[in-house]
Design a protein around this ligand. Structure first.
Ligand code: ZN
Length: 341
């Protein structure tokens, strides 16, 4: 079968790979309907994370179940399934509390290798959610978004305590930030400020429900958000970038007593703006999104077309086009690339 391997910086290849097999009795094998290139795939691709050995790539996926292990009870061959990027049992105490990304049996980055024709999914009963019947083709991008970026944006909004009547700002106009706008709107926010500079992304943010745009950065951005919020700052900030400067901005625009939901993976050991956060009574939440916790809740809205997170995909490639997909995202020509095997 065809699959994607990363060999080193800027060296990703589509090549012949072994067909995955059941290893644990709790595994499933799925045939990929669609996968995508994640912002986090770009770190090793850009050389920011070392690549010590050829690595199978891809951890966002939807597909059809081909085969299940002997201990899989809930998932069956033939089902269309949406998974999440941490394999989790969904039954331990931490999962039941809604933090599947910290499951005591979690398998980070599992599955590895979903940018392929087939993939092995560990802990299938806990990790996968089956849709009622086979979804129509045109819903596949939005279902795929539910396997990562939608749930991540959603968690950012929840961690930022977004809700009815609240003012919300989203720092970062990538796929997660755009899904954060969908989440803030769906959670009832009154004002949603998107902070970004790319015209097409801002247009999509407005379509998703953003009410205001702030293109400034740093102190000017903080000033502008205060102007838009009667001088207070916003109740809720989604930090969807992970850089020191964006985190500082996020804390700077939170109003006293507000909350910041961090879903951009921090690029620095220490968190900036500790003093403003402390003296502003700003709650800092977030972390790796427990996407699995939200799939069932979000699926009906996706299936009804009430939310269309699949619009974040602006480039489609086949498996042979995956290297070009990485390049386009790394060079910021594309927001997010969908891979259709
Ligand atoms: Zn668990």
């Amino acid at each position: 079968m065809r699959g994607t391997m990363l060999y080193g910086p800027r060296d990703v290849r589509s090549e012949e790979r072994p067909y995955p097999t059941i290893v644990e009795p709790t595994d499933a094998i799925i045939r990929l309907s669609a996968a995508c290139v994640c912002g986090s795939d770009l770190w090793p691709y850009r050389g920011a994370d070392p690549v010590t050995q050829p690595t199978p790539m891809g951890h966002e996926y939807v597909g059809i179940v081909e085969e299940v292990g002997s201990e899989v009870r809930l998932i069956e061959p033939g089902q269309f399934v949406v998974g999440s990027f941490f394999a989790s049992d969904n039954t331990c105490e931490i999962c039941r509390a809604g933090y599947q990304s910290s499951c005591i049996h979690r398998q980070p980055g599992a599955p590895t290798g979903s940018q392929a024709e087939y993939a092995r999914i560990p802990l299938a009963d806990g990790t996968l959610v089956a849709t009622p019947g086979l979804p129509p083709e045109d819903l596949i991008p939005s279902l795929l978004a539910a396997s990562d970026v939608l749930g991540t944006g959603w968690f950012g909004a929840v961690a930022a305590e977004a809700g009815p009547g609240k003012t919300v700002a989203v720092v970062g106009d990538g796929a997660v930030g755009l899904c954060g706008v969908i989440a803030a709107k769906r959670l009832g926010a009154e004002q949603i400020i998107i902070m970004g500079r790319h015209d097409e992304r801002i247009a999509l943010a407005k379509e998703f429900g953003a009410t205001d745009v702030v293109q400034e950065r740093g102190d000017e951005a903080v000033e502008r958000v205060r102007e838009l919020t009667d001088g207070f700052g916003v109740h809720s900030v989604l930090e969807c970038v992970g850089h020191g400067a964006s985190t500082e901005t996020a804390i700077g625009i939170a109003r006293p007593g507000g909350a910041v939901g961090r879903v951009g993976v921090p690029q620095e050991e220490t968190m900036p703006a500790s003093l403003p956060a402390f003296f502003g009574n700003v709650t800092i939440g977030g972390g790796p999104a427990p996407v699995r916790a939200y799939i069932e809740e979000l699926l009906p809205d996706v299936l009804d077309g009430k939310i269309e997170p699949g619009k974040v995909f602006d480039k489609t490639v086949g498996l042979d086009g995956v290297p070009e997909g990485y390049r386009a995202m790394a060079d910021r020509e594309s927001i997010k690339v969908i891979v259709q095997p």
